[in-house]
Design a protein around this ligand. Structure first.
Ligand code: GLN
Length: 238
């Protein structure tokens, strides 16, 4: 088996080491003897919608988002085709905000999103910074770190990734964090997200492999270190 990753705007949107998510998914695949191919796809570079199993966009400052927003809109059709073909998309913070309908920053024009997520974001008056714990519908928890002023509001076609236990989440108002619409995920959890959330990493990996190989049973790994890191992050102050 081969796991093909497209890391979009790797050189622009990688704040707080979000590429750690790529490293985690790659390593968890390799530990299962799955070959991994990671391509950094930059502004103006094509990404064949039938080729990649997984797409990642990290976070960044408003100015980096402005730089890539126009290019992302140009690739909306191919990304939507990839998702219809079963590809998984994970986006963090700045990348997440641009997957919605729009992001209205503090200054400058509103940035058009690509509406892969039924959500929109407007800049808030305070930065939401700190440790975050969320609880998912299956009662599992995800831990991470947030730093954003953007407030994201979810529409009716999207579910939150989880409910806030510690921290602010999407907007600091409705206790939602992140968004999940089919195989498209957005979150404010930097950290990076996946190293301390191994079960969620494996969920994304198995969903992405399903696109070309059908249901995949990933052999269990020794996640004792990851579980200990997760456990300690659960009790960090907000
Ligand atoms: N610039 C966006 C905000 O401040 C996203 C920040 C980020 O990616 N950490 O909300």
């Amino acid at each position: 088996m081969e796991f093909r990753i497209a890391h979009l705007y790797a050189h622009f949107l990688n704040i707080y080491g979000d590429r750690g998510n790529i490293i985690t998914l790659s390593q968890r695949a390799k530990w299962r003897d799955i070959e991994v191919k990671v391509d950094a796809i930059d502004i103006g570079q094509e990404a064949d919608p039938d080729y990649y199993d997984f797409y990642f966009i990290g976070g960044g400052q408003d100015k980096q988002q402005i730089v890539i927003a126009e290019d992302l809109v140009k690739r909306a059709t191919t990304l939507k085709a990839a998702v219809s073909g079963g590809a998984v998309v994970l986006t963090v913070c700045g990348g997440y905000q641009l997957l919605g309908h729009y992001y209205r920053p503090h200054e400058g024009p509103e940035l058009k999103g690509i509406s892969l997520l039924d959500a929109y974001t407007v800049a808030g008056n305070r930065r939401m910074i700190g440790n975050v714990v969320i609880k998912r519908d299956d009662n599992s928890t995800l831990v991470g770190f947030e730093n954003h002023s953007g407030k994201t509001y979810l529409g009716k076609d999207v579910q939150p990734l989880g409910k806030i236990v510690v921290g602010n989440g999407n907007n600091g108002e409705d206790k939602s964090e992140g968004a999940c619409q089919g195989t498209v995920y957005g979150t404010y959890l930097h950290g990076s997200l996946l190293p301390k959330n191994p079960a969620f990493a494996d969920l994304l990996l198995s969903q992405a492999l399903q696109r070309r190989y059908g249901a995949v049973q990933l052999k269990p790994l020794d996640d004792s270190l990851e579980a200990e890191a997760h456990k300690r992050a659960l009790v960090l102050p907000a």
